[in-house]
Write a protein that binds this ligand. Structure first.
Ligand SMILES: Cc1cc2nc3c(=O)[nH]c(=O)nc-3n(C[C@H](O)[C@H](O)[C@H](O)COP(=O)(O)O)c2cc1C
Length: 352
């Protein structure tokens, strides 16, 4: 029996009608100018029709060179607002809430997709997957990107999104500052925890300045980077506590970065155990008073409900589960588990 999944919960002032979340997933279906397309809107609209409580968009670039994929959307200029108003209006015909994920890819990008500029990073260490040597950022460049996040947040609010997710996970720029694996700076942005967190602190401050304290702003973090010299759970607990203290309204627990081993990857393969982040999320939930979202290898509504009942998290993200079946929530709500189960099978688990 499902008892928890279809109960509402607030994130700041935003009432999310159920606990099923579509986490950010790049579709790469926008234009080269970062404008949303009808195809992109329809893709998200299907999920709203299917009954997901919270849909988080794919990562929006905060400036014209902040792209990890060529055809992701952006809200780095005012012309991009109109298309997103169309998107939020379409989603709001249904009960789902829509948050916009905003990011800078840092070293996990290449000149081929980001407007032919050298990727930026806290330190000039190249990512083993992207293989593009990044430029170590000057303090002036850091301040410029902090401002980009603030300006992008303002446009998100103007476009009618219900909230914002700041992407501080998966080895992208904010995560690179946070992690001792990628941040070797010796100035006020490197070294001790407080210094590595300074970029995130300044970003949230810039965002709050634009959207106010009432607008939901959540953060996505990697609970464990699974890298020798990277961040492990102990420091992620410190980070989660810090995120609540500085004013984030929810914490979304993911894992890994591009450099992590395949089994511990951001999009963990089907041979990785189910719900691999549930223990970290549970510990974080004990530590903070804001809601906790957990994602990665959860692809069955009954499993999701059980995790909620066990207190592992407050919301369950299902990425590939939602790709396989955008109607999974409606089917589970109607008790059609044999039908919803099809998505479970097709999203990567065939009896493992
Ligand atoms: C096609 C695809 C694109 C993704 N793009 C993003 C992204 O833009 N931002 C992000 O934070 N995570 C991204 N992810 C990671 C997912 O949000 C999620 O954490 C991951 O798929 C694991 O969850 P799952 O097992 O439910 O699929 C992406 C995953 C997939 C499959």
């Amino acid at each position: 029996m499902i008892t928890e999944l279809f109960t509402a919960m607030n994130i700041s002032g935003c009432t999310v009608p159920n606990r099923l979340v579509v986490p950010a997933m790049v579709t790469n279906t926008c234009t080269k100018d970062g404008m949303v397309t009808e195809r992109y809107i329809k893709y998200l609209e299907e999920k709203a029709k299917g009954g997901w409580g919270l849909i988080i968009t794919e990562d929006y670039a905060v400036n014209v060179n902040a792209k990890g994929y060529e055809l992701i959307p952006g809200l780095y200029n005012d012309e991009q607002i109109e298309g997103n108003i169309k998107l939020t209006d379409r989603i709001h015909k249904y009960d789902s809430k829509l948050f916009c994920q905003i990011y800078h890819p840092g070293r996990q990008s290449t000149r081929l997709v980001n407007g032919n500029v050298t990727p930026l990073a806290p330190s000039a260490i190249k990512d083993p997957i992207c293989q593009e040597p990044p430029k170590e950022m000057t303090v002036e460049e850091i301040k410029g990107i902090v401002k980009d996040f603030g300006d992008t947040a303002r446009r998100c609010k103007e476009a009618g999104f219900d909230g914002i997710e700041i992407h501080a996970a998966h080895g992208y720029l904010i995560s690179e500052f946070l992690s001792p694996f990628t941040n070797k700076r010796v100035d006020e942005y490197g070294g001790c925890f407080d210094n590595r967190a300074r970029f995130l602190d300044e970003i949230l401050e810039a965002v709050r300045k634009e959207v106010g304290n009432e607008f939901p702003v959540i953060v996505r973090i990697s609970g464990n980077e699974y890298l020798l010299g990277g961040r492990t759970e102990a420091e992620s607990f410190e980070l989660a506590r810090h995120c609540e203290e500085i004013g984030f309204d929810a914490i979304h627990v993911s894992n890994g970065m591009y450099a992590s081993a395949p089994i511990d990857q951001v999009i963990a393969p089907m041979y990785t155990k189910h719900a691999l982040n549930m223990e970290v999320a549970e510990q974080i939930k004990k530590l903070v008073n804001v809601p906790v979202i957990v994602t990665n290898r959860i692809n069955d509504p009954k499993m999701a409900d059980t995790l909620l009942k066990m207190g592992k998290a407050d919301f369950i993200g299902m990425g590939r589960g939602s790709l396989a079946d955008p109607y999974l929530p409606e089917k589970a709500k109607a008790g059609k588990f044999d039908n919803a189960y099809l998505s479970y099978q097709s999203s990567g688990c065939k009896g493992i």
